[in-house]
Design a protein around this ligand. Structure first.
Ligand code: 5GP
Ligand code: SF4
Ligand code: MG
Length: 465
């Protein structure tokens, strides 16, 4: 999901709409904005679909007046899987004795079901099936006297991955979980302060990037400025390495480095680890593009746009049902036949999850008359599900969970298939020594099975580490 908030500008909701538009790649199922105005109080709008279709009309935006607002774009990783229900669309709102608060959450709470059971037993009335709603109910039960402190109380009980943007009538609040699994950045626009999942959402409104919110940090922003707190026991951060590979936009800055440069470095690393003789290097667009450029630069094999993407389709994996996903590949990608015929083609993609995309693309490329097809993948085999906010299927549906690399190559029926190594990926994200196995620098659980937070709800349901 993508989250955004701003305090200290007229018509804050307009800025939120722009910010969410820049974060649309993080969630395309639904979006919502909450704004507060001293005269009109809190207002909210929640809608299915794209930001540009829902939050551009004057009529909608006029219903969201005020100098402070937050928003959320959703893709479902917990709660109503498949179709998002309207009741699961964030931000969530709660009315407390000291006033109202709205919260928008990116990530996944790994003990949400246990918390939900406990809260329901003690009288909480849940409105949604979302894991994020726990935070509101935990806040309602806290005995603290102000909302930021109630949030601290609530979040200390929550396990897993959370970046949160929240607001009261006069405060904007940002928090990252102690491991800092999901991103969150702070920006400045004149006198106003901005919180956003990624820096590309600062760029769109002309805000200046100040810094990342630190893992385990909470910032409370009001008229007097930014106050930083550290409500959690300090731990070694484990940022999601897959944000570098796929999830974040290439024009965002993560950990002081452009995501694009990181992806190009991944491609270079891949070319060193898994060279092959061929005529052209083609990306599977758009997610494979920067890595393909890196592969081409390192290997000297010309880069070519052998697959053309229809710009009007969303991300395939975010389409939740299998049937739509299966069609999705063809609706979204088409082979540039003239370029492919008779060629030995290296195809670069960011990841293989179920193998649906790779299979379809291989067929399309062979149909177009390619002589050889070599897959090069910019991440290690995805052998484990993510429980921290990226929608990977159950373990059995992951190609790499049941097959070796060779079996996958045979299954996909390609001439060769190679994945970047985990150490290679670490080198590409800037860890010259590779992965520190005693104390890994990132979360890489979907590749390694090394889960930095025990997925308690899933273990209860029978998931085995
Ligand atoms: P597959 O077709 O193998 O299931 O999915 C791989 C494609 O989905 C890749 O092209 C990739 O861009 C995209 N994808 C990337 N990340 C994820 C993820 O975390 N989960 C899923 N399901 N698909 C992803
Ligand atoms: Fe990111 Fe993978 Fe960890 Fe999920 S399991 S947070 S996708 S690195
Ligand atoms: Mg892709």
């Amino acid at each position: 999901c993508g989250i955004f908030g701003i305090i200290g500008v007229a018509d804050a909701a307009n800025f939120v709409a722009l910010g969410l538009h820049a974060l649309q790649h993080r969630g395309q199922e639904a979006g919502g904005i909450v704004a507060h105005d001293p005269e009109q109080g809190f207002n909210s709008v929640r809608r299915f679909g794209y930001v540009r279709d829902n939050f551009t009309s004057a009529k909608v935006m006029e219903a969201l007046p005020g100098p402070i607002a937050i928003g959320h774009v959703r893709y479902s990783t917990a709660g109503s899987k498949g179709q998002t229900a309207m009741r699961d669309v964030q931000p969530f709102f709660g009315e407390f004795s000291m006033g109202g608060a709205a919260i928008a959450h990116n990530g996944n709470i790994t003990n949400a079901e246990a918390l939900r059971r406990e809260l329901i037993e003690r009288g909480s009335i849940f409105q949604s099936s979302s894991d994020s709603e726990c935070i509101i109910h935990l806040m309602a039960r806290s005995l603290q006297r102000d909302i930021p402190e109630r949030m601290e109380d609530a979040l200390r009980r929550v396990e897993g991955a959370f970046s949160v943007v929240a607001m009261t009538a006069n405060q904007l609040i940002g928090v990252r979980d102690p491991l800092g699994v999901r991103p969150l950045v702070l920006g400045r626009l004149g006198e106003a302060w901005v919180l956003a999942s990624e820096t590309c959402a600062l760029d769109i409104i002309g805000a200046e990037f100040q810094r990342e919110i630190e893992p385990g940090e909470m910032v409370v922003i009001d008229e007097s400025g930014v106050e930083s707190r550290h409500p959690f026991r300090a731990r070694r951060p484990r940022f999601c390495i897959f944000e570098h590979v796929y999830f974040s936009r290439p024009d965002s800055i993560l950990g002081g480095r452009s995501v694009y440069e990181t992806r190009e470095a991944i491609g270079r690393e891949l070319a060193k680890e898994a060279p092959v003789e061929a005529d052209i290097v083609c990306p599977v667009p758009d997610s494979g593009t920067p890595a393909a450029i890196g592969y081409s630069l390192e290997s000297g094999i010309p880069y070519a746009m052998g697959i053309i993407r229809n710009q009007y389709m969303g991300r395939t994996f975010i389409e939740p049902t299998e049937q739509i996903r299966n069609m999705g590949v063809r609706l979204k990608l088409n082979v540039n036949r003239a370029l492919i015929r008779g060629k030995r083609v290296i195809l670069v993609d960011d990841s293989v999850v179920r193998g649906t995309t790779s299979r379809k693309i291989k067929e399309m490329i062979l149909d177009a008359g390619a002589k050889e097809v070599h897959f090069r993948i910019a991440s290690p085999p995805t052998a484990w599900p993510c429980f921290y906010g990226v929608d990977t299927p159950q373990r059995e549906k992951l190609l790499a969970a049941t097959m070796t690399e060779e079996e996958m190559r045979d299954h996909l029926a390609v001439d060769s298939l190679k994945f970047i190594s985990l150490d290679g990926l670490y080198r590409a994200v800037g860890e010259a020594q590779g992965r520190d196995n005693a104390c890994p620098q990132y979360c890489d659980a979907c590749f390694s099975g090394d889960y930095p937070v025990e997925p308690a709800d899933m273990i209860e349901k029978g998931f085995r580490l």
